[in-house]
Design a protein around this ligand. Sequence first.
Ligand code: HEM
Length: 244
Amino acid sequence: MNPQDQNEFNESSVNIQSFLLFLFATVIGLLVAVLLLPIFLPNMAFSLSGDSPKAYWYLSRATAFVSLTLLWLSMALGLGITNKMARLWPGMPATFAIHEYVSLLGLAFAMFHALVILGDQYINFTLLQLLVPFSTVDYRPFWVGVGQIGFYVWVIVAVSFYVRPVIGQKFWRFLHYASFGMYLMGILHGIFSGTDTSLAWAQNYYWVSAGSLIFLFFARIIGSLIDALFPAKKQTPAPRPTQG
Ligand code: HEM
């Protein structure tokens, strides 16, 4: 990306107030799901408050895939920016804005995914276990821990959008590269701690998700190699037409 593009997009496209509102809305959404749904959907009440309520687990699994999909989309758009495919569609400014927005939205879904599992009596996590990586001793502590670390890295990357002028472009870029690790942690966590991994649709989903990003990643590497080997010639302005 050229420096002009960088300066143009130095400002975060989602202001900090909107981001905090996002997270607040997630918590309100969680409370609505837990407190109000049983009133409006009595059949669901059993699922939420019976001997072994399953609704929290279903909500956690559903939002897990939404979160991973939003992270995938954000990564795909980010790679589209660097390999310049985004210039073809939907254009650089739109891609920057959607890339950032989708990443923040995905983070809100990841927060919901993690918090709502507190209601599941089978998994039976405490709030402390939810917050401390690798502490869920009774349920796949290593792979859940990988998801927890991924979540914290995601928080750092999200916050870095807002402190870019303070930390500088170089350090921001360095932090931004952590997104690759974050996606890797998210997908490995999903595969190895999720219930749905044994199902064909989930396996296809994981293949398509990782495969498409690997494709875009190599498209970027090959594009950079071509740029380095065959630098575009500077266009010399056409000679001024002579008068007379
Ligand atoms: C504090 C952070 C997190 C905690 C405590 C956590 C916890 C869990 C648990 C307990 C499961 C197993 C649920 C089950 O299927 O029985 C799970 C599955 C999953 N998580 Fe997370 N997770 C966290 C972060 C994340 C993040 C950041 C992502 C996405 C990038 C994610 C995506 C997934 C996916 C895709 C599954 C598979 C769901 C399924 O197979 O049904 N998780 N997580």
